[in-house]
Write a protein that binds this ligand. Structure first.
Ligand SMILES: NC(=O)c1ccc[n+]([C@@H]2O[C@H](COP(=O)([O-])OP(=O)(O)OC[C@H]3O[C@@H](n4cnc5c(N)ncnc54)[C@H](OP(=O)(O)O)[C@@H]3O)[C@@H](O)[C@H]2O)c1
Length: 166
């Protein structure tokens, strides 16, 4: 079973502000939907509430410390380890996805085998959520594709897939 994360981050590792994204980039949204479709996905409670609804055609797991938390159509877990083992049990293929946000990426980065990163070509000083620092020496870049800024993509970005070096 592969444990993956998927994120879009600015040049300053910015990922969000005010519990929302910092950009509207349709090609990135399409890549996110295509990559995660039909897999088990893990959301931090805040990121989940920012989306507001389970993602269709995916097994949605929310991490919260609130033991009474529930949301229709979602599984709930109270710890990172439990959420990962739950996702592995529920996954129908061979790859589970950590969807963030900042707190959850920080807690899981060491457990991840693969990262799908959209490197957004911009800096976002107003961001209040950031991806943790990554030592890219520990990762192989296995695929990369550039997308231009245009009427659908507020910013240009590179969609990169990294696998942890053995
Ligand atoms: N650009 C991207 O790709 C991307 C992706 C995802 C999110 N985001 C952005 O990231 C921001 C949200 O990130 P965030 O760091 O504020 O929140 P988050 O990581 O989405 O969620 C944090 C919540 O997770 C729960 N949690 C954290 N550690 C836990 C643990 N050890 N055990 C159990 N539960 C735990 C807590 O929920 P309770 O408070 O309920 O206990 C905590 O408040 C938003 O701006 C969002 O738009 C961006």
């Amino acid at each position: 079973m592969i444990v993956s994360l998927i994120v879009a981050m600015g040049e300053d590792r910015a990922i969000g502000a005010n519990n929302d994204l910092l950009w509207k980039i349709k090609d990135d949204l399409r890549l996110f939907m295509k990559t995660t479709a039909n897999h088990a996905v893990i959301h931090g409670r805040k990121s989940f509430e920012s989306i507001g609804t389970p993602l269709r055609n995916r097994t949605n797991i929310i991490i919260t410390r609130d033991e009474s938390y529930s949301f229709p159509g979602c599984f709930v877990s109270n710890s990172i380890d439990e959420s990962i083992s739950m996702a592995k049990k529920l996954e129908q293929h061979d790859e589970i996805f950590i969807l963030g946000g900042a707190q959850i990426y920080k807690l899981t980065l060491e457990d991840v085998d693969r990262m799908y990163i959209s490197h957004v070509k911009g800096s976002f000083p107003k961001a209040d959520a950031h991806f943790p620092e990554v030592n890219f020496d520990e990762w192989n870049l296995v695929n990369s594709r550039s997308y231009p800024q245009n009427e659908e993509n507020e910013y240009a970005f590179d969609f990169c897939i990294y696998e942890r070096k053995k």
